[in-house]
Design a protein around this ligand. Structure first.
Ligand code: THU
Length: 136
């Protein structure tokens, strides 16, 4: 990883500051490292109709993809519960669309100094991906 993992953790915690979460009060920030070296921040963005809510991780991915990035190395995700924040299932699926299951690193942050690094394959075993669509 060119960018220091500690830097990515701090970026996720800073991204959390922009969380728009008036309904849940549950603030989340993410920092996504593209293969280009650029880091994209994302926060959760809620909605009065609830279902249009977008998670921090997907905000970061959609920002990056809309800027032309399609290859990624790692993402850090930080809540503010004082516990480790693991990505939801929908966000894991979005990661699987663009990232190597074997190589993509997910950093689940509890605090600046406490975080766990996991591989996407361990967060999404038996992933359904575009290769499955080619089997018909
Ligand atoms: N949330 C995220 O942003 N990322 C996750 O991985 C888990 C959940 C957000 C969505 C919603 O705004 C709030 O946390 C409560 O579910």
């Amino acid at each position: 990883m060119d960018v220091d993992e500690q830097f990515l953790v701090r970026e996720a915690m800073l991204a959390r500051e922009n969380s728009y979460s008036p309904y849940s009060g549950f603030r989340v920030g993410a920092a996504l490292l593209a293969e280009s070296g650029t880091v994209y921040r994302g926060c959760n963005i809620e909605n009065a109709a609830y279902s249009p809510t977008n998670c921090a991780e997907r905000t970061a991915f959609f920002k990056a993809v809309s800027e032309g990035e399609q290859k990624f190395r790692a993402i850090a995700v930080a809540g503010d519960t004082g516990d480790y924040l693991y990505p939801c299932g929908v966000c894991r699926q979005v990661m699987a669309e663009f990232c190597s299951l074997q190589d993509f690193v997910v950093i689940c942050v509890k605090s600046e100094k406490e975080y766990r690094k996991l591989l996407l394959k361990d967060l999404l075993p038996g992933a359904f991906t575009k290769s499955d669509l080619q089997k018909i």
